[in-house]
Design a protein around this ligand. Structure first.
Ligand code: HEM
Length: 448
């Protein structure tokens, strides 16, 4: 979180030859705004070397003249983003998925019931974060492959294709982080980690290519032109686009949403007043535990949206955003040369009394329009709360992730009372800002 740097040097600090090159750390919202406002039409961000290597050296056949969004910059990035934006980043194409993504959340509720049957005193297992990752994998792979994989099945065979995909996702993310942030001085360790990453990412790529091929045949045999799925729209550009975007959804859309869901549930579990307030809203919107969700239901779920925003403020994965200076610029009175890496540090502001009164308290009401009290976020600087980044390079999955989280949190809180019978959870900042402790929630079925 680099708070020691903030405490020692104040609003701006520079480190020569930091992990990935000369780096400037900015903490003041006004300076963060200056960088974002000067990012130009092709904003640059440190790329993921693991995926960069995979696309340039291992699977040139898949990528060819296309590039991963998370691992490219400049005109290569722009080409792919222009193709992906109208499909992934539009309200209508995301809203179309409310019923299916809700089904995934309902399956997660069944999965919690199954775990409850197997556990004493309603405690969730240590591996609950893995369960959340399975939920987010099931959701994004449904969009990328137009098919339910079955990640939440209770009786997954350890030899089944789905279990192999789940294991490969887990392993490839683990090695990806090692390669990005734990580079060793011993070259053979880096090569070993890189090869492990490639091996696991290839398992996913092969499985995904197979599913995309199968879907292509299904579509050829069907004449329906209306309500095309995301995969149909990827495929209508070409099959390479479908493959590259499916891998991007996976690389950027599993851990992020799983960990965010875990953090929001943690804050609700440890703040009974907010949890009860949310349940009151949900009982009105969903009179039965399995009442269907529509886009109108979601639009009226104001406290739900506010709870998610507050959860992302206190426990969002992005404790910082990143840019590379695409031109020389002056920020806070200092020259920042083109090519410098810039950490736009959010954490200190997200917990500052000046930006968010009573910053250590989980208060969803901050985000309600009707709130006129001192806790309202209306006086917060607009460049302080950016859980999905900013501008042309911001998270392309923001709408989708928000919808997934809304459906998940709503279903869980409507169905269960959550408790956190442990000391306050500890957070750490590695690639993501995240909870260190196992997510051992205590869960009790709510009355009808
Ligand atoms: C709560 C969950 C999520 C959070 C908090 C999150 C956050 C972020 C952030 C902070 C960025 C960098 C933005 C910037 O540099 O300005 C990003 C980029 C990205 N995210 Fe997400 N994300 C989430 C879920 C997802 C999902 C579900 C998907 C896939 C559907 C996704 C796909 C991407 C992609 C492809 C990029 C790179 C975009 C580009 O460089 O053009 N994310 N995300």
């Amino acid at each position: 979180m680099s708070s020691f740097r903030f405490q020692k040097y104040g609003d701006i600090a520079a480190v020569r030859g930091f992990v990935k090159g000369d780096t400037v750390f900015l903490y003041k919202p006004e300076d963060i705004e200056t960088v974002f406002r000067n990012e130009g039409t092709w904003p640059e961000r440190i790329s993921f070397k693991s995926i960069e290597y995979y696309q340039a050296n291992v699977r040139k056949d898949i990528y060819d003249d296309l590039y991963s969004l998370v691992a490219s910059n400049g005109k290569d990035w722009h080409k792919m983003r222009s193709i992906a934006n109208p499909i992934l980043n539009q309200i209508r194409s995301v809203e179309m998925y409310i019923p299916e993504i809700d089904c995934v959340s309902q399956d997660f509720i069944k999965r919690i019931r199954f775990l409850l049957d197997n556990k004493e005193e309603g405690m969730m297992p240590e591996s609950f974060l893995n369960e959340l990752n399975k939920w987010s994998l099931e959701s994004v792979s449904f969009l990328g492959l137009d098919k339910r994989l079955g990640c939440l099945d209770n009786n997954l065979d350890s030899d089944s294709e789905v279990q192999k995909i789940i294991d490969a996702v887990h392993k490839s993310l683990e090695y990806m982080y090692k390669l990005e942030f734990e580079l060793s001085l011993l070259q053979y360790i880096n090569i070993k980690n890189r090869d492990e990453f490639v091996k696991h990412f290839d398992v996913i790529k092969n499985a995904f290519s197979k599913h995309i091929q199968e879907a292509k045949i299904r579509y050829e045999n069907s004449s329906s032109e209306s309500n095309k799925s995301m995969l149909q729209r990827f495929l209508s550009v070409n099959e390479k686009v479908a493959n590259v975007l499916a891998l991007d959804l996976l690389a950027a859309g599993v851990d992020t949403t799983g960990k965010s869901g875990g953090a929001i549930l943690y804050f609700l579990a440890s703040h009974k007043r907010a949890q009860n307030e949310l349940r009151k809203e949900l009982v009105t919107l969903l009179p039965n535990k399995d009442s269907p969700f529509t886009k109108e239901t979601l639009a009226n779920a104001k406290y739900l949206k506010a709870s998610i925003k507050e959860g992302l403020r206190m426990g969002g994965i992005a404790a910082a955003n990143f840019r590379t200076a695409t031109k020389d610029m002056v920020v806070g009175g200092y020259q920042i040369p083109k090519g410098t890496l810039i950490h736009l540090c959010a954490y200190q502001n997200l917990f500052s009394e000046q930006q968010f009164p009573r910053p250590r308290e989980f208060i969803p009401e901050r985000w309600l329009r009707t709130n006129t009290s001192e806790t309202s976020h209306k006086n917060t600087h607009p460049f302080v709360y950016l859980p999905f980044g900013f501008g042309a390079r911001s998270c392309i999955g923001q709408r989708l992730a928000t919808m997934e989280l809304e459906l998940l949190i709503a279903r869980i809180i409507r169905n269960f009372e959550l408790e956190w019978p442990h000391p306050p959870a500890k957070f750490t900042a590695k690639l993501f800002y995240e909870i260190v402790d196992p997510l051992r929630f205590k869960v009790k079925e709510t009355p009808e």
